[in-house]
Design a binder for this molecule. Structure first.
Ligand SMILES: *Cc1c(COP(=O)(O)O)cnc(C)c1O
Length: 355
């Protein structure tokens, strides 16, 4: 494995007030960078002072969105240490996303070492107030200066870090969700399973429309039939219907969330069966209207779990769990956050100590 060169900043920034941290607005003193050139492979792994890139305006990423990213967090543990949660899963998923976008794979051991060394160098940036963390954003961009449509021959892989506040500073409040009939996020055969910027660009309009109507997220339907539920906003989604947990199967257009996977594994461990299958909006609303929808929640790294309190589809509107967080949603939240912040024992070997 190649060595990671370290060039420290000579102008460290002052740390933000942990009480007023916003998501993704402040960044730490350093970033990890590595370059790729055809024939040379990935090279020049380095940690350098955080700062802007200088890129040719014709760079492929600006025009054709050949780009992938990841999102994970570093957590402060009660003993003052710092740990990551299932980074191996993010590394595998990023390489799956790379494969879809014709980007050369990142060596897995080097990727993990980069995360550890960067977080260790920035350890004082990991906040310790309840619910706070250091958000890590690895990404790859295509840097060929060329408007021809083909895979780039050069790339930059970067990791930047941002201290983030608690997702729920005022306690967990269930969100209102609007079923989107027109726009779709992804289709099978497209890039829905890959974590790439283009999926997000395609999702912004529906999100805006939902917000204008007073809802906080969109419930996405499949792109072919506009019938089956896929995700909620940029989270996976789960429902408890008549006692059974149902979540959309990974059909190719659904992002394979690590929080989703962890929730499924926890529920299986608790002997709660989870059905991964097609679930139509009609089935969901019929269940809700006949009093059989017990709980509904989204899952993702940022929020961990986000309870759904209300669902609207055309002129049908249903309240879930009386608009409050359900007991299973709460149990998943408490268990996952407990493991992530080192407050509960990690029976599954999910955490990786950094320092
Ligand atoms: C990242 C992401 C998720 C959640 O994945 P986690 O690994 O749980 O953070 C879900 N849906 C989309 C579209 C995403 O980009």
């Amino acid at each position: 494995m190649q060595e990671i060169q370290v060039k420290r900043t000579t102008a460290p920034k002052s740390k933000p007030d942990p009480a007023t941290l916003l998501f993704g607005k402040q960044f730490t003193d350093h970033m990890f960078l590595m370059d790729y050139h055809a024939g040379q492979g990935w090279h020049d792994a380095r940690i350098v002072p955080y700062g802007p890139f200088s890129l040719d305006p014709s760079c492929m990423v600006f025009h054709y969105a050949q780009e992938v990213f990841e999102g994970l967090k570093a957590y402060r543990t009660p003993d003052g240490g710092v740990q990551l949660f299932r980074p191996d899963q993010n590394i595998k998923r990023m390489n799956n996303s790379c494969e879809r976008m014709c980007i050369p794979a990142i060596p897995e051991d080097l990727f993990l070492e980069a995360l550890k060394q960067l977080v260790s160098l920035e350890r004082d940036w990991v906040p310790s107030q309840s619910g706070t963390s250091l958000y890590l954003r690895p990404f790859v961009i295509a840097t060929d200066a060329n408007l021809g449509v083909h895979a780039s021959h050069s790339y930059i892989f970067a990791i930047i870090c941002s201290p983030v506040g608690s997702y729920y500073p005022e306690g967990i409040n269930p969100v209102k969700i609007y079923v989107e009939n027109d726009d779709v996020r992804a289709v099978r055969g497209g890039t829905g399973f890959a974590k790439c910027g283009g999926n997000y660009a395609a999702s912004i309009r529906a999100g805006q429309r939902a917000e204008e109507l007073g809802y906080s997220q969109v419930l996405w339907l499949d792109g072919v039939h506009r019938k089956y539920i896929e995700e909620v906003g940029a989270m996976n989604v789960m429902f408890q219907i008549d006692g059974k947990v149902v979540t959309p199967s990974l059909s190719g257009s659904v992002l394979p969330g690590i929080t989703r996977k962890s929730c499924i594994e926890l529920m299986q461990h608790w002997d709660l069966p989870v059905e991964e299958r097609l679930l139509s909006a009609e089935e969901l609303f019929s269940a809700a209207e006949s009093g059989k929808l017990d709980e509904a929640w989204g899952t993702g790294t940022a929020a961990v779990v986000s309870p759904i309190g209300e669902l609207a589809w055309n002129d049908r509107k249903v309240t879930v769990s009386g608009g409050k967080i359900g007991s299973l949603t709460q149990k998943l939240y408490d268990t996952l956050t407990g493991i992530q912040w080192g407050l509960l024992p990690d029976e599954f070997g999910w955490t990786v100590k950094v320092c």
